[in-house]
Design a protein around this ligand. Structure first.
Ligand SMILES: [Fe+2]
Ligand SMILES: [Fe+2]
Length: 363
């Protein structure tokens, strides 16, 4: 059964083993795209090129359905698209099972139409208006723009050339577009090739932060605030010796002390430069603060840490864990997320849970 939406923008597969129950969901989804309702046995090995994502509405207690979905979603074609699972209720074990089956996001019954549409709009690419060439161009432009800012930070700033707020603003729109029209995974794959660890890190954090903002349904100007924060958060590392930044082994005490100076060095450089919004200075100075007061440089706690800092900190830590470092292999996404969940009292719990679909969409 295929229904055509008003705005014929996305093509969604709705895989269900209970078509009667999925009717309401199909009706909701039709307002953001063309919905193709199929049974789990009809899930194609390779979906049509224009399919922007799959919505799975199955009985997770049925081992047959679960097996079929697991087998199909393992395929390469599905690994690169959003996979939204519908749960019978919001119970923890159901959502764990969905994540294990490869969900990149979950929704639960009773269905909340507005919330579902917001998530589909932000995560499922708008396929008919963006063909492969446009997507590739958007990705390249975004990566180039972000890279240009990072080069300015690490190469020109220490040489005394000023970095201006305008340098950052010019890159924002291109970065947002790149991730909206391609995917976080494609962004990470492209920037992950960068040979310099510090550059790669800034580009990774930016990708995670933008995808996070888009997943939360933030308006474009709020997305821009987060791009700025992420791109610039480690600006102070430009003043730390490369021998310490890129050291292949563990850092000694003196080196740790030195590297921990980066938030303050970055803050001082931007404050002296002038023209940067206060909240950017806040992120640069405080992105290593933790809610329980054990962070640095000021040992801030709880309400002293702003929302934009909390968001950036989550993207920063997660990116650092899944990046390849000179001294260790990257953690898997599941392990990285579990490590962050174990940081009890240090990170904003609600924000971390909201970050889960973003983290797993990068698998
Ligand atoms: Fe940092
Ligand atoms: Fe960082």
């Amino acid at each position: 059964m295929t229904a055509v939406a008003d705005q014929n923008k996305r093509r969604l597969l709705l895989a269900s083993d209970r078509s009667d129950q999925s009717r309401e969901l199909a009706a909701i989804l039709q307002s953001v795209g063309e919905v193709e309702s199929i049974s789990t046995s009809e899930i194609p090995e390779t979906p049509a090129r224009q399919v922007s994502g799959i919505v799975v509405d199955i009985n997770l207690r049925s081992s047959e359905s679960v097996q079929r979905v697991r087998d199909k979603l393992r395929g390469e074609a599905y690994r690169s698209m959003p996979r939204l699972f519908v749960l019978a209720d919001a119970l923890h074990h159901a959502s764990m099972q969905a994540w294990a089956l490869g969900a990149t996001d979950t929704i639960s019954r009773p269905l909340d139409a507005a919330a579902i549409l917001q998530r589909v709009r932000s995560a499922f690419p708008d396929s008919s208006s963006y063909d492969a060439t446009d997507r590739g161009m958007a990705l390249n432009r975004g990566v180039e723009a972000a890279h240009a800012v990072v080069v300015k930070i690490f190469e020109r700033l220490p040489a005394g050339e000023p970095l201006t707020f305008d340098d950052i603003v010019q890159a924002e729109g291109k970065i947002i577009k790149a991730i909206r029209h391609t995917s976080l995974r494609e962004w990470l794959t492209t920037v992950g090739c960068h040979h310099v660890e510090s550059y790669r890190h800034c580009l990774f954090v930016t990708g995670f932060a933008v995808a996070f903002a888009q997943n939360l349904g933030m308006r474009e100007d709020d997305q821009r605030r987060l791009v700025r924060a992420a791109l610039l958060h480690d600006v102070g590392k430009a003043f730390i010796p490369v021998a310490i930044l890129d050291k292949a082994g563990a850092l000694n005490e003196a080196e740790i002390k030195e590297i921990r100076q980066h938030p303050r060095r970055g803050y001082e450089a931007l404050a002296a430069q002038g023209g940067f919004p206060v909240e950017m200075l806040d992120v640069v100075l405080h992105h290593h603060e933790l809610l329980d007061g054990t962070g640095y440089p000021n040992g801030l706690s709880g309400n002293q840490i702003s929302d934009i800092v909390r968001l950036t900190t989550i993207a920063d830590i997660y990116a650092a864990l899944v990046e390849k470092r000179a001294y260790r292999l990257p953690f898997t996404h599941a392990r990285a997320f579990a490590l962050m969940e174990a940081m009890t009292g240090k990170l904003d719990r609600q924000l971390l849970q909201a970050f889960r679909p973003v983290a797993f969409s990068a698998c």
